[in-house]
Design a protein around this ligand. Structure first.
Ligand SMILES: Cc1cc2nc3c(=O)[nH]c(=O)nc-3n(C[C@H](O)[C@H](O)[C@H](O)COP(=O)(O)OP(=O)(O)OC[C@H]3O[C@@H](n4cnc5c(N)ncnc54)[C@H](O)[C@@H]3O)c2cc1C
Length: 500
């Protein structure tokens, strides 16, 4: 029997573990299906964490770059708060024992990534996420207020409109003082993705079923350079490789981005569309680091070198085959400055939350920053709330084990790098049908349906959302907000109109 005084944190990535640590001394239970880190995008991060630390840098410059990438949809107050917290986050992570790359004098080595005007990416080789999560996980393991439970959450349980607990995969219900969703992204809904398989928006759907408002769900970032060797998920070739001067070329050696502004270091959405255009025209695309790095590649990017060599590619002497892949979700559970969702007692942190830091397009390496900082505000807000009175919550029938496989071709065809009305309308109909007829695919289909509905309703191109039938930006940037009920109504309306 679990007691109601614990806060339940769902997800053991950087957002979940950072929140759990920040909640001390309140008792916290962290739910995660596997040993934290193995199935978390946080542990897969290569590039690093953006922080305005360099002598030529300051917070205002980092804020300006973030706002520019976000294409009108960042909340400037949120951006200012998160970006200002970058240097402290790096110090805190180093305090937990994260070993970042440093020069001989002990100063942090800073990398450059696309759309950053300064070198500000704090890294640990090209396996930054692994190192950061190792350190944070060790700190959490040693913290007496944190308990780990190897379990998967499936549903939120409400009492009088507030979240009172969480139902696990077997139907058991755990009561909670408050619930923090930190379940990561949605890339697993796509056929081509860099995300862990389990990242198909489980937390987003739990929140949506509980009535929470979701925001900007249509904004999915596609990374332009996933390694195209037929693996699922696709290994990433970090943007830091382009930061070190690597070029994008086609099979003839044509450097197709050379004449565009910022060339290969343009914002991610621009580069992804340029790569997509080459592929659509029948070309193959490669990342060519031979001139920029050559024999230095293996020293600067040892993990990527290993991945490439396992596929028979030597990046020092050969171009690396790449294509865009679903990588990061800017939208999610709408939260306020303290990580509160619109459902009392429910908070969200990290990639599953829409904090409005990233706007329409995340600036590279700003997501680990967000995941590492979000929990501070959440912890303060939960501490300020009185714990609920103890409730006996009965078990629920065990929900079906979710299977996103049938959703992947549908969402990939319609809500990819380029979108249009007809494809989105067909996808919405197919996803509605899946949600109503296929028990195992129903939950992932509902997440896909919300994304497709939001993409269908946004009649403009902005950031990562590119509509071929609405190629211009709308004059005024606006966030989209949807509930599950509203998305289902839109979907049923569209299907009904087509049948009539
Ligand atoms: C290959 C790759 C490279 C990246 N590189 C960078 C980078 O260099 N810099 C950067 O800033 N960002 C990078 N990102 C993005 C960044 O890693 C993520 O946005 C960030 O780590 C998200 O952290 P999180 O804690 O929200 O989610 P995650 O780290 O994904 O953790 C979510 C956890 O929740 C668990 N979970 C999910 N559902 C449930 C459930 N129902 N019950 C219990 N547990 C559940 C999962 O198993 C997982 O352990 C990269 C992403 C990828 C995929």
């Amino acid at each position: 029997m679990h007691d109601t005084s614990s806060v339940l944190v769902i997800g053991g990535g950087l957002a979940g573990l950072s929140t759990a640590l920040a909640l001390a001394p309140l008792p916290v239970i962290v739910l995660n299906p596997a040993s934290p880190g193995r199935d978390a995008a946080s542990g897969w991060a290569q590039g690093g964490i953006a922080a305005a630390i360099g002598a030529d840098d300051d917070v205002a410059l980092h804020v300006a770059d973030t706002l520019a990438a976000g294409d009108g949809l960042c909340n400037p107050d949120v951006v200012a708060r998160f970006i200002a917290g970058g240097p402290d986050l790096i110090a805190r992570l180093a305090g937990f024992g994260a070993r970042f790359d440093r020069d001989g004098a002990g100063a942090l080595r800073l990398g450059l990534e696309a759309a950053h005007s300064r070198r500000r990416i704090v890294h640990a080789g090209d396996a930054t996420g692994h190192e950061v999560l190792r350190a944070v996980h060790e700190a959490a393991r040693a913290a007496p207020h944190i308990r780990f439970l190897a379990a998967e959450a499936r549903r939120l349980v409400l009492h009088r409109g507030a979240v009172a607990g969480v139902a696990l995969a077997d139907g058991e219900v755990m009561p909670a003082r408050a619930v923090v969703l930190a379940t990561g992204g949605i890339g697993g809904l796509y056929a081509h993705t860099t995300n862990p398989r389990g990242a198909w928006g489980q937390g987003i759907l739990m929140a949506a079923r509980a009535g929470a408002v979701l925001a900007d769900m249509e904004f999915v970032q596609f990374h332009p350079t996933a390694l195209d060797i037929g693996r699922d998920p696709m290994p990433l070739i970090s943007e830091a490789v382009r930061g070190e001067g690597a070029w994008l070329i086609d099979e003839t050696g044509n450097r197709f981005m050379a004449s565009s502004a910022q060339a290969e270091l343009a914002p991610r959405d621009v580069v992804a569309r340029a790569v997509w255009a080459q592929l659509s025209a029948g070309h193959r695309v490669f990342l060519d680091a031979r001139t920029a790095l050559g024999a230095r590649f293996a020293t600067r990017f040892p993990a990527i070198t290993e991945i490439c060599r396992a596929a028979g590619i030597d990046p020092a002497t050969q171009p690396i085959p790449v294509r865009p892949a679903a990588h990061f979700h800017m939208g999610g559970i709408a939260v306020d400055g303290a990580g509160r969702s619109t459902v009392p007692g429910l908070y969200a942190a990290g990639e599953c939350a829409a904090t409005f830091l990233h706007g329409a397009n995340r600036l590279a390496s700003n997501s680990l920053l967000e995941a590492g900082i979000a929990g501070l505000g959440i912890a303060a807000a939960i501490r300020a709330n009185p714990p609920p009175t103890a409730l006996a919550l009965p078990a629920i029938p065990a929900p079906a084990t979710p299977d996103p496989a049938p959703v992947r071709p549908i969402i990939s065809a319609a809500a990819g790098v380029l979108r249009n009305r007809d494809d989105l309308r067909d996808a919405i109909a197919a996803l509605l049908d899946l949600a109503e007829t296929n028990q195992a695919a129903a939950d992932p289909a509902l997440v896909g349906l919300i994304i497709a509905t939001a993409a269908f309703s946004r009649h403009e191109s902005r950031g990562a959302h590119a509509r071929t039938d609405f190629p211009e930006r709308a004059p005024t940037p606006q966030h989209s907000r949807l509930t599950l009920v509203r998305a289902l109504n839109v979907a049923r309306g569209l299907v009904g109109a087509r049948a009539a």
